[in-house]
Design a protein around this ligand. Structure first.
Ligand SMILES: Nc1ncnc2c1ncn2[C@@H]1O[C@H](COP(=O)(O)OP(=O)(O)OP(=O)(O)O)[C@@H](O)[C@H]1O
Ligand SMILES: [Mg+2]
Length: 265
């Protein structure tokens, strides 16, 4: 499912630098997210994956460099027309899902709809039902986050990110903390959403099994840089020491049943 290389980037970063308390975390990241592709951003814990995703989602302003959306630079985190357009076009699933614990699943998914659109309550309920059905959680519509399993919480975060029909779905560690079978289910869901909605997907992950299945392209980050970029096969051929030590970890143990059940595109 490799995206044609001629596709224009929907999101681009140029020379992105982020420092925290003077300490550089990202030191000049040039990245292109092409329309329709599944791009994985990978690397060891603390290498700046979430930081990069926050810059892409216009939640964090870089110290240097630019984020461009449809070829136009964002005006800053505080928002101008391009930043607002980008915010509407992207749906972010936070690491840990970030659901509000005191309200039901339906109310969590309704939050972006209520914040952005003026819809009658019955229409909000209808959209919420559709989004929850899309992630296989309609039966849990009135449960609260504490009553959901880890995998269900990840799905709920995806449903909320889909609420406003984003062009780009940004997923921060969608399979972390899940058992292999549940992680396989999330991988299948992401593949299904791409097929059904044609959504562009940026996945931050350290899950090599997911990347092998889903990624059209991977970028491996380390030392504040993009160490290598390419298809799964291209990245596997890298001889960079930091890339090798990331790739040569023990992959997520896959069960025979999980592989048999996998019917990815
Ligand atoms: N708001 C912040 N203030 C200060 N330091 C921060 C902030 N956000 C992130 N950092 C630091 O920046 C570095 C990169 O953090 P980031 O969360 O982007 O890593 P990550 O690659 O997503 O890690 P993980 O795989 O564990 O989620 C870390 O050293 C982190 O402590
Ligand atoms: Mg992170």
């Amino acid at each position: 499912m490799t995206a044609p290389p001629s596709r224009a980037p929907v999101i681009e970063t140029r020379g992105l630098v982020v420092r925290f308390n003077g300490r550089p975390v990202l030191e000049g990241i040039d990245l292109q997210v092409r329309q329709g592709e599944a791009l994985f951003l990978m690397g060891p814990s603390g290498c700046g994956k979430t930081t990069l995703l926050k810059c892409i989602a216009a939640l964090l302003q870089p110290d240097e460099g630019q984020v461009l959306f449809d070829g136009r630079p964002l005006e800053g985190v505080a928002g101008g027309p391009v930043t607002d357009a980008m915010r509407r076009a992207t749906g972010l699933v936070f690491q840990g899902s970030a659901l509000l614990s005191s309200i039901s699943l339906a109310e969590n998914v309704a939050l972006p709809l209520r914040a952005r659109l003026r819809l009658p309550p019955e229409l909000v309920r209808e959209v919420v039902r559709m989004k929850l059905a899309q992630v296989g959680l309609l039966h849990a519509i009135d449960l609260r986050p504490a009553e959901l399993s880890g995998g269900m919480r990840k799905r709920a975060g995806i449903a909320r990110a889909l609420a406003l029909d984003p062009r780009v779905l940004l997923l921060d560690e969608p399979t972390s903390g899940l058992d292999p079978m549940t992680a396989d289910g999330i991988d299948r869901l992401v593949a299904q959403l791409r097929q059904d909605l044609g959504v562009t997907v940026v996945v931050v992950s350290h899950d090599l099994a997911s990347a092998e299945r889903l990624a059209d392209r991977l970028v491996i980050l380390g030392h504040g840089q993009a160490l290598v970029e390419g298809t799964w096969a291209e990245v596997q051929a890298s001889k960079d020491e930091a890339v090798r030590s990331f790739l040569d970890r023990r992959a997520r143990p896959a069960t025979a049943a999980a592989h048999a059940a996998w019917e990815g595109p």
